[in-house]
Design a protein around this ligand. Structure first.
Ligand code: GLA
Length: 642
């Protein structure tokens, strides 16, 4: 169940067989290669030099490793960029983002599509049926370095075309965007510009369409690669390696064409990336916050329709965060097991050996820079391999009792119209997830409209647009449902619904919203009743025919309940959130436990895993037969029991 990312092109050929042997010795079964190797595969247009990759694949295969081959499109070579400068992406200020690092392409460049198809086809034909090739990775980390959206002439051309397909006539476009406002009406699709470089805020419906368009471009581009690979590589699976805290495109849609999802897990790097408080950042600097990796494991298990890998696992310090601490001893092992507990099929470390050169020379690997000597992370990965061998095959992950509806479009909508500076979709969802896991609950992420009938409790932290399919799923579940702020507050055209928010959810929740307030940091509105705490950041004014479970200080409804459908009219602080989830879990008949901040548990089949991200011991409150660890879970350690 372990893998590693390897770059044969970075090392002398004499080293490959030694590396392959050492990978086997460490306990590695899968090796991902090739995803940045274009300049070595085609040094000049049409001049192919595949022989070295042939030999590398043979060497790895001969050692018994299964190969995941990456398509090299994240790094178009210099000759290609010089031949076709129109491939390059543009930033929102209209400046070219040029050659010299990676991901320097626009998803909308026509010539880029042709060139991508050409290199992917060449590679897929050559290696598609090689017995060593187990599966494929398309490209590398779509959206990394802010590259989902591009703002150049090629993008404008494609956007206009997308709008033509969607709206057919400019009358319909003008109506959908409310373009009469500020005299923005168009007579032709060729008059439409990109929503950037305007004097003040551009039209929100236009921005949402541009985001939808940009997201569709990623899915279509990926499908183009997938279709080519499938043609030439029968029987192999295909994935893409997604990222943490990237929401610029709809990952569910991209994965509709893939066999499984995978993601790149850098738990410590992400502590800096997420809007944590400084206190939290310091607290979790060397272990990571206990929900960061799990949040994404659960998200990508959902995105991958039950199947996911960790394609890149942090093996030690990284190079790309503002500060890059060394993980505390034991954390690489703990993160690996955390992924497996959440259902990962494979945990693959990035990378085999630290490179002593170029951009990532400060990024750890499983081996020390340039040497055949396992790093701390390498030794911990080896320990995981030993433990895995001891445990044997792990049971499948079963459906969790709690579903969390994750909606990329609501991330876009809240970015476009935050209304309060700190209304951040990803943060809201993360806090809801954290609160559920502090109660010891396992969570499945589902897309809007997914069947909810298997769940006991459904969390909808914020779904701004509720379409027919989502409404049907919510209507048809017997689960208790909790809707969060702004749910149902926009229709498909980014308009306020005719019956006021929560729009289509009004019959289910028995509520109608007449005003909203965003609250500056430091302001809050106390909530009391069957649950208590406070509204922070956001507070809504509801009229309701539903039961009022808790109220704001002035008596307004804060939490309502209508036949199992609960609506919370604010951004709940931690106390309000955990008491609300506690109450609902109890009503749903779910067993909960109040876990300390640094402890998390997770079930996989008949196994329960406990993880300690803190510095104090934790005693497992049940007696079980322990397969790993024991009843006292030490700092940065774990326990597994049946
Ligand atoms: C990403 C990329 C890798 C590498 C790592 C470093 O995940 O996919 O190529 O740059 O980051 O952490």
């Amino acid at each position: 169940m372990l893998g590693v990312c390897y770059y044969p092109e970075h090392w002398p050929e004499s080293q490959w067989a030694i590396d392959a042997q050492n990978m086997r010795k460490l306990g590695i079964s899968y090796v991902r290669i090739g995803e940045f190797a274009w300049s070595r595969l085609e040094p000049k247009h049409g001049t192919f030099t595949f022989e070295w990759l042939d030999r590398a694949i043979d060497v790895l295969h001969a050692a018994g490793l299964k190969i995941v081959l990456g398509t090299p499109t994240a790094t178009p070579p210099k000759w290609l960029m010089d031949e076709h400068p129109e491939i390059a992406p543009y930033d929102a200020d209209g400046k070219v983002r040029g050659f010299g690092s990676r991901r320097h392409y626009s998803f909308s460049s026509e010539i880029w599509w042709k060139e991508s198809a050409r290199i992917v086809e060449t590679i897929a034909k050559r290696y598609g049926t090689h017995p060593g090739i187990d599966g494929w990775q398309t490209d590398n980390e779509y959206g990394c370095h802010d590259t989902t959206v591009s703002w150049g002439p090629e993008d404008l051309k494609a956007f206009r075309q997308w709008l033509r397909m969607r709206y057919q006539t400019t009358d319909q476009l003008n109506e959908a965007w409310g373009a009469v406002f500020w005299s923005m009406e168009f007579n032709s699709f060729d008059e439409v510009e990109l929503p950037a470089r305007t004097v003040t805020e551009p039209n929100p419906a236009q921005r949402l369409d541009f985001w939808r368009f940009s997201s569709d471009q990623v899915a279509a581009y990926d499908k183009m690669q997938v279709d080519i690979i499938r043609k030439h590589s029968p029987g192999r699976w295909i994935t893409h390696n997604f990222m943490g805290f990237v929401n610029d495109f709809d990952h569910f849609k991209v994965t509709d064409n893939l066999d499984l999802a995978s993601w790149d897990s850098y738990p410590i790097g992400f502590v800096e990336k997420f809007p944590f408080t400084e206190e939290e950042r310091n607290r979790w600097a060397e272990t990571s916050h206990p929900d960061i990796a799990p949040f994404h494991h659960d998200l990508y298990r959902g995105v991958g329709r039950g199947r996911f890998w960790v394609m890149e696992q942090q093996p030690g310090p990284v190079n790309w965060a503002p500060w890059n601490p060394v993980p505390k001893p034991g954390m690489v092992r703990l993160w690996s097991w955390e992924a497996l507990a959440h259902g990962a099929e494979v945990v693959s470390y990035f990378r085999w050996r630290q490179a002593p050169f170029a951009q990532e020379q400060m990024h750890a690997g499983l081996n020390l820079p340039g040497l055949d000597e396992w790093s701390v992370g390498g030794l911990e990965a080896h320990a995981v391999a030993g433990e895995l061998a001891k445990l044997g095959a792990l049971p499948d992950s079963s459906t969790a009792p709690v579903a969390l509806v994750y909606d990329y479009a609501s991330y876009w909508a809240a970015k476009i119209q935050p209304q309060g500076r700190d209304f951040r979709y990803e943060e809201l969802v993360f806090r809801w997830y954290e609160a559920a896991r502090r109660l010891g609950l396992d969570v499945d992420f589902v897309r809007p409209g997914a069947d909810l009938s298997a769940y006991k409790l459904v969390l909808v932290p914020c779904q701004m647009q509720v379409d027919e399919a989502s409404l049907a799923a919510l209507r048809n579940t017997d689960a208790l449902v909790l809707y969060g702020p702004r749910s149902g507050s926009r229709d498909g055209k980014f308009n306020i619904p005719e019956n006021l928010p929560p729009g289509p959810l009004a019959p289910l929740t028995g509520t109608r919203q007449t005003q909203v307030a965003s609250l500056r940091p430091g302001l809050s509105d106390a909530v009391s009743g069957e649950v208590s705490g406070a509204a922070i950041r956001w507070r809504e004014y509801l009229q309701t025919t539903a039961k009022v479970v808790a109220s704001f200080q002035n008596g307004d409804p804060a939490l309502t309940e209508n036949g199992g459908h609960h609506y919370i009219a604010c951004w709940p602080d931690q106390a309000l959130l955990s008491s609300t989830l506690g109450l609902l879990a109890k009503k749903a008949g779910l067993e909960t436990i109040e876990l300390p901040e640094h402890i998390r548990i997770r079930r996989r089949g008949n196994l329960t895993f406990a993880f300690n991200y803190g510095s104090e011991d934790w005693t497992v409150p049940v007696s079980g037969s322990f397969l790993l660890g024991g009843s006292v879970v030490k700092a940065q350690d774990l326990a597994v029991w049946a």
